[in-house]
Unconditional design. Structure first.
Length: 161
């Protein structure tokens, strides 16, 4: 809570806030970090296994195997979100499910499911990108600046190497 809001508290409210602060159980930060690391890593291992499968059995190259891998991870995430499973995993694992592309797919699918009763255009279409919009904007801006830095420091290179 910010300092300005605390200034408006009565002495009794301030006393209660202090009491509540002391009674609050400590957060298991190390456990949460380890769990997020393991679950996020497991999602990445699944992605790596999918890439290996596409390269080995379907003749994809390292560069071309990424696209179907991401598509399948997104599909799995959306299916698990629709079934109500992904949110339970996310509650248990925390940030481990939010960081990979599956977390982004989950956030968009969750918003679409939540607002589907309002219609396809105003409900699903209008609300699905509220959360995802900022990710897309900042991702695009970051990609622009990274591309600009690459152009400045590495030049065009002709072959992209």
């Amino acid at each position: 809570m910010n300092v300005k809001a605390k200034k408006n508290f009565t002495p009794t409210m301030q006393e209660y806030q202090e009491l509540a602060k002391h009674k609050e159980p400590p957060r298991p930060i190390l456990k949460n970090c380890l769990l997020a690391f393991v679950v996020g890593g497991f999602i990445c291992v699944i992605g790596q296994a999918l890439m290996f499968m596409f390269k080995t059995y379907f003749g994809f190259t390292q560069e071309t195997a990424g696209n179907p891998t991401v598509a399948i991870l997104i599909l799995i995430s959306v299916i698990l979100t629709c079934a109500g499973v992904y949110d339970k995993i996310a509650q248990w694992a925390g940030a481990g499910t939010a960081v990979p592309v599956t977390g982004f797919a989950n956030s968009m699918c969750s918003a679409a499911l939540e607002h589907r009763s309002e219609g396809l255009v105003l409900g699903v279409g209008g609300n699905m990108f509220k959360l995802a919009g900022s990710v897309i904007v900042y991702g695009t801006v970051a990609a622009f600046f990274i591309g600009l830095l690459r152009l400045i420091f590495m030049g065009t290179g002709g072959g992209g190497h």
